[in-house]
Design a protein. Structure first.
Ligand code: NAI
Length: 465
């Protein structure tokens, strides 16, 4: 007889473990299958350790460049990536242990090993068989990928991914980063602060191509000012790898350029983990792009009783999107009627310095849809709180629907952008107008006042400029 559970979740990352907790809260007996550490990529080799390293990078820059102005003399600044790396590992381990604790607290059974689906909602883990009475939830996430077609297969020495970068003892002297999405920009920030000579290569015409072009331009300028080489609209044509260096032939600005570095960090997207799960046999179909085909209203796959959430279920491949899907999937499985997920209201944050945060449409998308809109902007250079901390780089930009005042999109570049974006996430979730955002009194002096001012600016009533 197989072990019986109501729900079996395959994958213990932020989608899977959150789903398991919610299922347990709703009285369902639940198991999570995990072959590595609980917390998944996010906790162990993603969001959490990178943010720990980005904090070290931030402090390194603060001490090196701003301390004196703040009245603090520290002498020559020396950085040590190994120390920062080990601290980031401790933070990750604490978080992973935290997830273990949460599983115990909610009486979720953790099954260690690789899961394979078998008929009738049966899940094999090693020699054991487990059966889910109500549902199996696939939350197996994604992994790094190289581009073997141009000779950039990840070999873990000269061509590395974030997986290896997070464990280096020392920063490479020279580093080429291929891809300037969130991963590329965050590691560019980190290694620049720790002394690597960083070259960032992006195939599309601008870095952070999914963000508003004003956000991309601001980060690009900031990175260049800090000494990084930024090539957007650049194509890697060929890679030649030696034992301790890599040479890339890059087409940039109509010319071919040879760029050499001690290491190449691949940050050109991730591949989803759909292999060796028995998906085909279980009747779970994939989309043309290789994600699991999911009904967005029910989060069910093409096989009844099998759900998919998180990165495997399609973009945006973000931890918080996966966690929300986890909660909603558990509630649907328990027979509840949760609010549908607003996929157009998932905040996006890149934690490089300056931070970039956004929600809703970019101005480019608003234009494409031929919507009638007004833009409100407010620079942090005119914000009192930003001045008090000498962090005046960046802006808030709000795109307002001209007729109804709907917040079509909002974009923030600057200190704590990742934190203050949520006012606009709440506003959009509840369909508040731009006027209503300003009507809420914003404490003074705060960075959030820049949001109220951008709201006012979109109506032609900005106060402080
Ligand atoms: P991404 O898809 O966001 O960015 C990859 C970038 O590489 C794109 O801009 C793409 O145009 C570029 N690219 C692709 N092929 C290229 C080539 N041959 N040469 C030059 N550039 C090329 O993927 P990324 O940054 O690897 O992140 C993976 C996933 O993880 C994304 O969904 C991302 O949003 C998520 N993530 C989120 C973070 C956050 O929320 N802060 C942090 C890290 C990752």
């Amino acid at each position: 007889m197989p072990n019986q559970f109501d729900v079996i979740v395959v994958g213990g990352g932020p989608a899977g473990y959150v789903c398991a907790i919610r299922a347990a809260q709703l009285g369902l007996t639940t198991a999570v299958v995990e072959k590595e550490k609980l917390g998944g990529v996010c906790v162990n080799i993603g969001c959490i350790p990178t943010k720990a390293l980005l904090h070290s990078a931030y402090v390194a820059n603060l001490v090196a460049h701003d301390a004196k102005e703040l009245g603090i003399e520290v002498g020559a600044v020396k950085t040590d990536y190994g120390v920062a790396m080990r601290r980031s590992r401790k933070v990750s381990e604490q978080n992973s242990k935290g997830v273990e604790f949460l599983m115990k607290k909610h009486k979720v059974t953790v099954l260690k090993g690789s899961a394979i689906l078998a008929p009738n909602r049966t899940v094999r883990v090693g020699k054991d068989e487990h059966q889910a009475r109500k549902a199996v939830v696939i939350a197996t996430g994604s992994r790094v990928k190289g581009i073997p077609q141009i000779g950039l297969e990840i070999n873990k020495t000269t061509v590395i991914s974030s997986d290896e970068a997070l464990f280096l003892e020392s920063p490479p002297k020279t580093l080429i980063i291929v891809g300037a999405g969130a991963v590329g920009c965050e590691f560019a920030d980190i290694f620049n602060a720790f002394g690597s000579k960083v070259t960032l290569i992006e195939a599309l015409p601008r870095i952070l191509p999914l963000e508003d072009s004003e956000s991309s331009d601001t980060v690009s300028k900031s990175f260049k000012k800090r000494g990084m080489a930024v090539h957007a609209g650049a194509k890697v044509k060929k890679a030649t790898l030696a034992k301790d260096k890599a040479a890339l032939e890059v087409e940039t600005g109509g010319k071919n350029e040879n760029i050499e570095a001690e290491k190449v960090l691949m940050a050109a997207g991730r591949a989803v983990n759909t292999e060796n799960l028995g998906l085909q046999e279980a009747g779970v179909q994939l989309t043309e792009r290789g994600f699991i085909k999911v009904n967005p209203a029910t989060l069910e796959t093409t096989a009844p009783g099998i759900y998919a959430i998180g990165d495997v279920a399609g973009p945006p491949m973000l931890a918080h999107k996966g966690s929300r899907e986890g909660i909603v999937a558990a509630e649907l499985i328990a027979g509840h009627h949760p609010q549908p997920i607003k996929y157009d209201n998932v905040p996006s944050v890149t934690y490089c310095h300056p931070e970039v945060a956004s929600i809703g449409m970019t101005e480019e998308q608003v234009k494409e849809r031929k919507l009638d809109y007004q833009v409100g902007r407010f620079p942090f250079s005119a914000n009192g709180r930003a001045r008090t901390s000498s962090e005046t780089e960046g802006f808030v930009k709000i795109i307002r629907d001209k007729k109804y005042g709907e917040i079509l999109g909002a974009h923030i570049v600057g200190a704590h952008a990742s934190e203050i974006i949520h006012e606009l996430a709440v506003a959009r979730q509840n369909e508040y107008t731009v006027e209503e955002v300003d009507l809420a009194i914003h404490a003074h002096p705060t960075l959030s006042e820049a949001i109220a001012e951008a709201a006012l600016d979109s109506m032609g009533r900005v106060v402080h400029i």
